[in-house]
Design a protein around this ligand. Structure first.
Ligand code: COI
Length: 337
């Protein structure tokens, strides 16, 4: 066990023993190897550097109550990366290879997995890049697939403490027929300027509306949007340019299991004022309540700044309970290492 102050971990890079690295050449992936040096020796003409052939994923492993290490829904992330690779003309990582890679690297770094009861988890970051040299605009002829891991705590300081969000109408995240529904690195580059602007204005997160009409809610920069109606209905946007979040998919199922009504449909901006609770959800942020949304001179207050609403609290406790092995995993989401 590493000598780390597990309870005060934030969400930042930490070196661990190794990452796992696979290379695709001549139509096939190699067997992958554990590499301790956290650097790549890359060709200066690599397609990922010039033409953005870069995609990533985010998932977590947990030290459960029974002492075992489990990874949460790795197949779902593997399936999403498979789709992202297709959309960006990269070599696809078979889902079985993805899951095996994640298991191998978690196992090799098990002493970096935060102990049960500390609130920490192991963040798993798979990365797929076009590493072959390519100067004409075309897909690379070589790909590198890496999975790195690190222990993390909450993404936003304060865990379940609500955050303020802002809509910046001068910036869009993803075009209607663009790549918002896949996890390409460029989507995050597209959000950085707006993100820094929001942060400097005192808002930890920015919310995006649909790029075409700026009338419909899409998602936060790093996470999906969930709204809870006063009658307990769970509402989340239906849009081609929103990333299909594994956490949102999980929470929709949990909400349905708890007897809540779940609606996936367009959400007009004006509807924000009718929600009793709003959250950002994703692997990194889990369920982060949003207490207020600002757009220009309009400030929509959703909840008090100090407490998470009861429905989001229940969803948060249920998903975390399943992940840490305190509640039954009735859907078979947790994969033992
Ligand atoms: C995740 O939740 O894993 C994400 O990919 C968001 C990330 C950019 C911090």
């Amino acid at each position: 066990m590493q000598n780390i102050d597990w309870k005060s971990l934030g969400f930042k890079y930490m070196n661990t023993h190794c990452h796992i690295r696979y290379v695709w050449r001549d139509g096939a992936w190699d067997k992958g190897e554990l590499v301790s040096e956290p650097y790549l020796n890359m060709h200066i003409a690599a397609a990922c550097l010039h033409y953005g052939q870069a995609a990533f994923e985010g998932l977590k492993a947990f030290r459960c109550k029974d002492g075992k290490a489990r990874i949460f829904r790795p197949q779902a992330n593997g399936e999403r990366m498979f789709k992202t690779a297709r959309r960006t003309c990269m070599a696809q990582v078979p889902v079985e290879l993805f899951v095996d890679a994640v298991k191998r690297v978690v196992k090799a770094n098990e002493d970096y997995l935060p102990p049960f009861g500390t609130g920490g988890s192991m963040y798993i970051r798979p990365l797929l890049i076009g590493s072959g040299a390519q100067i004409g605009v075309a897909p690379a002829d070589e790909y590198t697939f890496i999975v790195m891991v690190m222990p993390v705590g909450p993404y936003y300081k304060g865990g379940l403490k609500p955050v303020r969000a802002i809509i910046l109408d001068e910036y869009d995240r993803a075009a209607p027929q663009g790549m918002g529904d896949v996890k390409v690195a460029g989507n995050y580059a597209a959000s950085l300027f707006a993100h820094e602007t929001a942060k400097h204005a005192g808002y930890p997160v920015e919310l995006y509306l649909d790029a075409k009409t700026h009338t419909l809610v899409e998602e936060f920069a790093t996470s999906n949007f969930i709204g809870i109606k006063p009658d307990g209905t769970y509402v989340t946007p239906d849009s081609h340019s929103v990333l299909p979040s594994v956490t949102n998919k999980t929470l929709k199922q949990i909400a349905a299991d708890l007897g809540m009504k779940v609606e996936v449909r367009p959400i007009p901006f004006e509807e924000i004022a009718t929600f009793s609770e709003i959250a950002a959800c994703g692997t990194a942020v889990v369920v982060t309540p949003v207490c207020e949304i600002t757009r220009g001179s309009t400030v929509l207050k959703i909840s008090g700044p100090d407490a998470c609403g009861p429905v989001l609290q229940k969803l948060y406790e249920t998903v975390q309970g399943i992940q840490y092995g305190e509640l039954p995993d009735t859907h078979g989401w947790c994969v033992e290492v």
